[in-house]
Design a protein around this ligand. Structure first.
Ligand SMILES: [Zn+2]
Length: 195
């Protein structure tokens, strides 16, 4: 399953989506259910309490995610990410580097696998939309075009489809279609008042 956890490498305050097993590594019982909670930095992250009572500690989750990612093969991960438009390279020593406008950074394979799986989850969620939801999304996209912002469908840790935009989700929190429309319409009104 995909979980969003704080990314505490390099003292960063970002979050990372990683893939871990659906089952408890101690007893094999089901993990979860997943819900959304706040980490100590205040960001929304995945929270789960296993019904079996075994606790998943942060360091163990990271280690498990790294193990799964390396099992896929780093070169294959980089190839798949590059095919989806990421600007990545793999060094001879097996380190993954990401190149963006802020420079070149080393990236963990666990992060990359989570990113790829997240993309799959979004695509699945998009495919599962009802006609009504699609119509609402198209409407939201037209509004977004007017505001010159990008709206992307995403799946929340609670499994709910939400829409992120670079305008409304700077904190990374999701909006439902209706919330997004309400926010956009009020933003348009404000912009018109200012103009
Ligand atoms: Zn257990």
């Amino acid at each position: 399953m995909l979980v969003t956890i704080p990314d505490r490498r390099n003292n960063s305050y970002s979050r990372v989506v990683v893939e871990i097993a659906d089952t408890c590594p101690v007893c094999g019982g089901p993990r979860g259910p997943l819900s959304a909670g706040q980490c100590r930095e205040g960001d929304i992250v995945s929270v789960w309490h296993n019904e079996c009572g075994h606790k998943d500690l942060y360091d163990d989750v990271i280690r498990e995610a790294e193990g799964r990612a390396s099992a896929y093969g780093y070169a294959a991960l980089v190839d798949a990410a590059v095919a989806r438009g990421a600007d990545l390279t793999l060094s001879a020593s097996g380190k993954i580097f990401c190149h963006d406008e802020e420079g070149t950074h080393q990236m963990s394979a666990a992060w990359l696998l989570g990113w790829l799986r997240w993309g799959d989850a979004i695509a699945d969620a998009y495919d599962a939309l009802t006609d009504d939801e699609r119509a609402q999304l198209e409407h939201a996209e037209r509004l977004a075009e007017d505001l010159d912002v990008t709206v992307v469908p995403a799946v929340g840790v609670d499994g709910v489809v939400r829409w992120h935009s670079d305008y409304f989700s700077s904190t990374g929190s999701g909006y439902s279609i209706v919330e997004l429309e309400t926010e956009m319409l009020s933003a348009i009104c404000e912009l018109q008042q200012v103009a």
